[in-house]
Design a protein around this ligand. Structure first.
Ligand code: ATP
Ligand code: MG
Length: 415
């Protein structure tokens, strides 16, 4: 089957011309280039996907270095892995030398040697991801589908390529559920059995790799679907006994998404996942997933802040009091609590802090205070804190207000 016509309609003209240029250059070097993986799958499904993966029978790094100067591309090459990434403004091009992989033991990173396209396809996770489309002149557009991926797309099935697939690499369990839920597919019967059998193999996988796959899940449109499914399968409990994928999670994820500017949405989801954890649970998870320092702080703060409401749950708090209660916490943790708290009063305070209070600055700085005769050091520190507090509480508005307050409070301090 040939996809020459489909690819013309699917890829924007400049991208198509670029990959065709690359392929022509490869041809001159006696090498062949293929589109592989997600983009071929999504082309057949009719979903847009501009993260293009190219496999080169030859040398991907050399080829990438010769890509005609288009001005805007950033090249990131890994000679040792035979891979190169070209990053453009609105799409990326991953180029990889076709490789053969062997697994010394379950969960280990595979040993890699150069190989053919066929070697490169059999190392892949699922039949729907193990298709390629040739870009070479002599069979341009040919679909290469040794594992009936197209048939599985039509039957809406996720199928592994061999029975040791999840044993070799149990991250595929997480990947499989991600695709199952994204596309609304099902696991093919034997794959489903293998998956259940191999869930304990997740214990052979490093924290970084599990975390990476969880992050990919949390970047899905509706990650709660995969999270729920992973809960039902017992995958979450294998990662950490307290991880749950229940209805509460779905509701909170939905609220998180509806926030105005959810910049770090996947970190936000991550913290929601641990909202009902104990301190102990959190420490275990931080170690198991080797969570980086900043997110670790946000997770710990999420819990510390959650146990603060007795102080925060008062409608009469002044803005400066709210500020001082919250300023020591990671903003992400404040955000998580604003979403998940049951108290409307607490939520209002947290929102006020997030949207306004944390940005409040005095008009006067140290230089200005010096000019007013206030000497640098502890005294100036105290005056600045007085000004900041007054500004938070709306007691001063203008620069002139601040000057007046600065002078009078420094006089008071002197006395
Ligand atoms: P999407 O990005 O839409 O989730 P994708 O297919 O591009 O889908 P990536 O995670 O970008 O997925 O991986 C690219 C390709 O690499 C996949 O299509 C798959 O064939 C292969 N791949 C990635 N991870 C694994 C793995 N753990 N085992 C086997 N193959 C993998
Ligand atoms: Mg991809």
């Amino acid at each position: 089957m040939y996809l020459s016509r489909q690819i013309e309609e699917y890829l924007p003209r400049p991208i198509l011309e670029l990959v065709n240029d690359i392929s022509r250059q490869a041809g001159r070097l006696g090498q062949k280039v293929y589109l592989v993986g997600g983009v071929v799958r999504d082309l057949l499904l009719g979903y847009p996907n501009f993260d293009l993966d190219l496999v080169v029978e030859g040398d991907a790094v050399k080829l990438a270095q010769q890509v005609p100067e288009t001005g805007q591309a950033k090249l990131l090459a890994h000679k040792r892995f035979g891979t190169a990434k070209l990053r453009y403004d609105d799409f990326t091009l991953d180029m990889a030398t076709a490789r053969k992989e062997t697994y010394a033991r379950p969960g280990a990173l595979p040993a890699v040697t150069p190989g053919t396209l066929m070697d490169d396809l059999i190392r892949r996770d699922f039949s729907i991801n193990a298709m390629a489309m040739s870009l070479a002149a002599d069979n341009y557009g040919e679909l290469i589908d040794p594992y009936q991926g197209k048939g599985d797309l039509e039957r809406r099935l996720i199928r592994v390529l061999h029975s040791k697939s999840f044993t070799d690499d149990a991250t595929r369990i997480l990947r499989g559920v991600r695709y199952e839920q994204r596309f609304g597919f099902e696991f093919e019967a034997q794959t489903a059995d293998l998956l259940e059998r191999d869930i304990p193999m997740l214990n052979t996988i490093s924290g970084d790799r599990i975390r990476h796959e969880l992050e990919l899940i949390l970047k899905e449109k509706q990650p709660e679907l995969a999270i729920k499914r992973l809960g039902e399968l017992g995958v979450l409990a294998t990662i950490n006994p307290s991880l749950k994928g229940d209805g509460w999670i779905a509701e909170e994820f939905d609220r998180a998404r509806r926030l105005k500017k959810p910049t770090q949405l996947s970190s936000l989801y991550f913290c929601l996942l641990i909202y009902s954890f104990t301190e102990n649970d959190i420490e275990q998870l931080l170690v198991r997933l080797n969570i980086p320092a900043k997110l670790s702080r946000a997770m710990r703060d999420t819990l510390r802040l959650k146990t603060r409401p007795p102080l925060l749950d008062k409608p009469s708090l002044k803005p400066s009091e709210i500020y001082h209660l919250l300023t020591e916490y990671e903003p992400l943790a404040v955000q998580v609590n604003a979403i998940a708290t049951e108290s409307p009063t607490v939520r209002r305070s947290l929102q006020l802090y997030l949207t306004k209070l944390r940005y409040v600055r005095t008009a006067l700085n140290g230089e200005d205070l010096k000019k007013l005769g206030i000497s640098p050091g502890p005294e100036m520190g105290r005056v600045l804190r007085i000004l900041h507090k007054a500004k938070l509480d709306g007691e001063v508005r203008t620069r002139a207000d601040e000057k007046k307050l600065a002078v009078s409070s420094s006089l008071k301090l002197e006395r």
